[in-house]
Ligand binder design. Sequence first.
Ligand code: C5P
Length: 394
Amino acid sequence: MLAQKTVVLGITGGIAAYKAADIASKLTQAGAKVEVVMTESATKFIAPLTLRNITGRPVITDLFEPAAEHSLEHIALAEATDVVLIAPATANTIAKLAAGIADNMLTCLVLATKAPVIVAPAMNDNMFQNPATKDNLARLKARGFVIIEPGYGRLASGKIGWGRLAEIETIIGTVKQMLGRKGDLAGKRIVVTAGGTQEPIDPVRHIGNRSSGKMGYAVAEAARDRGAEVTLVTAPTSLAQPVGVEVVPVQTAGQMKEAVAKAVAKADALIMAAAVADYQPKSISPAKIKKEAPTLTLELVRTPDILTEVKGDFLKVGFAAESEDVIANAKEKLKKKGLDLIVANDITSAESGFGTDTNKVTIIDRNGKVESLPLLSKREVADKILDKVVELIS
Ligand code: C5P
């Protein structure tokens, strides 16, 4: 996603400037060409040399009079870049941007660029709450700047409040989302389910499964990065909420069915990566079940089959976790559930399936076309599935 993209990383002078090194590193590792532009005060908090080594690129600063042949470098960058990210952005820089002041390399570049500009403020909580800052941010937003709201927590002053730079993952996710906004799924609505549903037995226990949710989350993020509007209906997982995605948390198969039915109303595709429980307790004990009897029998009833029951004019993608006859079973499931696409994997393999970061799948479409993929990261598998979705939608 970030490969072959140019990201201008503007760093301004605040304590959080040290975090910009991590942002630069993550963007560079993801394949982006990161061009760092630092204000003079930023260089008091973090050395340009650090950024130069992390990005492998020269760093533009206001420290020296730029050499004649260098003086238009920031203007050329303003035209060449795919996105501008200012992180951290101080109250001072935000005020200058709002007023259209161009008195340093960074503010000049922002005035000169047509690329989207993302601003991640970080400052003292009183400065952040000040109506002047609020007004300035509102003005930037109205002009199409993307503002990544700061978080709540410990500030440099030692106080707890609003003003901390947003989480790095949120910042990187926003950059990816902006870069993908004109991708091959732009204008499409995709509903993804993820995680393992939990069927309560009593107030403290449930029947669950070992699904980590990683595959579904990877699909949701990949679809977002290709420009789709994504709704992620998720059973409980330990994963961080992806940015730029509408997240609908659910617990049971019944709740997931309801949330999916609502979400697909205007959808172009439903991708069911969730491990939905097949059975649920016939009744939920209102009180905690005591361990008195030597044996306990639970009566279970079938859960609704969401994929089979959900109706509408959208592409249906299912998953098939199989332990034997993978392809044959998946083909049968595709027919039985009326799917357009099924993603089959052999769950007996150690590197594939529950909890892993990799997956080895076979994708079968409604026309019987079978594509067996090598072992890939779940993100790569997600993009392969979406390639197929794009092909079938158009
Ligand atoms: O029938 P099986 O559970 O193997 O099918 C797996 C596929 O069906 C997955 O895409 C899963 O999300 C979906 N499913 C469903 N509702 C259920 C069980 C599974 O939509 N109750």
